[in-house]
Design a binder for this molecule. Sequence first.
Ligand SMILES: [Zn+2]
Length: 471
Amino acid sequence: MYSKESVQRVKQSLVVFISLIQKTWVASPLLARYATISVLSILITYATLSAKKPESGTIENGQNRSAAETDDSQTLTQKKNSLNSTQPATVSQPAPQQTPPEDSITILPLKSGERLIDHLKSRGITTASIYEMIAALKNKVNLNRLQQGTEIGLVYEHNNPLAKEMTLRTAFDTYMSINLRRKPLVAEQHSTPITSVLVRKSGVINDSLIASTQTNNIPIDAVYKVTNIYSYDVDFQRDIRPGTRYEILYEILSVPLYGDSKTGAIKMATLHLHNRSIPVYEYKTISGDVNHFHATGESVQKALLKTPVDGARISSRYGKRKHPILGYYKTHKGIDFGARRGTPIKASGDGIIDRANRYGSYGNYIKIKHKNGYSTAYAHLHRFAKGLKKGKRVKQGDVIGYVGTTGRSTGPHLHYEVLKNNRHVNPARLKFPARTKLSKKDMDKFHAFIEENYMSVPDVADSTQKNHAPE
Ligand SMILES: [Zn+2]
């Protein structure tokens, strides 16, 4: 096997290199291309050197096997053109299966409009072999739906021009592989090793949470996850004001084999609102449930969500108002969330669909029955989620429909109601007990866990702490 350390080193260099290239590409494509080629050569040399060390086993540069792979600049152009593909096309990686030390893998992305058959043909695989591979993959992967950029790997033994294994990436951390030496060919699913790094960032909200976190280079996925976590406690329209400070500790998951990464879990976050600070922590209980908890040990998930649509603004609150269509004063028995048509609507809590049909001036309407005599209603939907009907059980956060303007409505919005024993209540005023509270045993472990795992990660915005290594 290859040495973990050398893989780590190559991976780190790759991450730095890729981000540099991404930045440079914006400024100067030509400069970026030269930089790419030179850094790539250094990396390949380094990888080759590592491979020669007795303990570093199989790290070796992919040998160029066909015309399509012989020219660095050509493969890099493919890389640049391929959607979302961040790995340098021919950078060597350890073979995904345990193989003798001299195996190497060459990974290339599917080009736009390229079929698997054309791709493999261009890499020197015979038509007969390709058909066998496709037959092996057919029932396990939808080959008609392969996306541009899908990584196809070929594994070679040293000094043997015939590929011994073919790999096809199927998800962020999975791939299929076919041993080409074993007939009939069989495609097997594997998981790709992933690594995790914690990043801590903090800042001040000047405009909106999204705008401020974007200037702080926090991935948008991480921001959405944070807003989801806080949707039980914070009204983002009212509570977040300019000057609100935030801290976020999030995970970046990387796949060294494919050289890309994505946002993982939010490990910790704190919003310092004008009248209170709300820290939340991810914690795995002794019984194995992973959840976000307040410092008090209460889970952040409550019985019902405060905001069943992401990124919506409240366009009309609960209470007496002049009706926009009828013109006279009338109690508005819900909250209106202005959002674009088609915005997903989430079930506010676990429950059973009581109604999902056309309902007079409500237009397309859903009512969910929850525990403790509560129900929630959603009106003016553009359409219902697929398969949604009366009697169906839904979980909190499930998408039940999409924002629209059916029924008596002036524009796309969600009219949201909460009922307690069939009487309307103000959704904004609801105080729900937390879903779970950590046991005494868990509480001791919880505090120690936070201290040990989260508090020691330095804030990247704070330069005085930069020399402290994360644990
Ligand atoms: Zn309304």
